[in-house]
Design a protein around this ligand. Structure first.
Ligand code: ZN
Length: 188
């Protein structure tokens, strides 16, 4: 098992739009394996490549630890594109491994249609709702350099200012390995 450090709020790569994956070579397969290990070790249900410092359009999801979703299979999404958002929106509490110990209610479309490639570069299109749609939108945003805190009320965001500053200064205790500098990037 290889754990990668998780990038934190304030790290430059989290604000970057990542690059498309052109080819799934051994390095990409290793990255995906390490992303699953890193996500599970940190107790997460989704992880985007730039959260481990990799400039690649990939995210992984495993919601099988969530009550009611025990039969869900782990998913690898390469070069994902959300091609449709439902008009219906719902509010749901979100957190993020890159913004430890902070949660907020976020309004997003209830269901989405997403196209992506799997690790064999086979194309898939899925329409998902509720928790899976929520996790996918959160991870998809990461790949575009966006974070869930960008979507919350300015009033709540004001309250988050101080804890966010602490995270970015690494003035926090985190139970999983995290990046050590704002410029951290994984060399692939
Ligand atoms: Zn996140």
């Amino acid at each position: 098992m290889s754990l990668l450090p998780i990038t934190l709020y304030g790290d430059k790569i989290l604000r970057k739009k990542v690059s498309e994956v052109k080819q799934v070579d051994n390095e990409i397969i290793q990255l995906i394996t390490d992303m699953f290990d890193t996500m599970r070790n940190a107790g997460g249900i989704g992880l985007a490549a730039n959260q481990v410092g990799a400039n690649k359009s990939i995210f992984v999801i495993d919601i099988s630890n969530v009550e009611g979703y025990e039969n869900s299979k782990p998913l690898i999404l390469i070069n994902p594109e959300i091609i449709n958002y439902s008009k219906e929106k719902i509010i749901f509490e979100e957190g993020c491994l890159s913004i430890p110990d902070m949660r907020a209610e976020v309004e997003r479309p209830e269901s989405i249609t997403i196209s992506y490639y799997d690790s064999d570069l086979k194309e898939h299109t899925l329409t998902v709702k509720k928790l899976l749609a929520r996790v996918m939108q959160h991870e998809y945003d990461h790949l575009k350099g966006k974070l869930f805190i960008d979507l919350i009320d300015s009033e709540i965001k004001i309250k988050m200012k101080e804890p966010l500053a602490k995270i970015s200064k690494r003035d926090i205790a985190v139970e999983y390995p995290v990046s050590t500098s704002k410029d951290y990037q994984l060399v692939l």
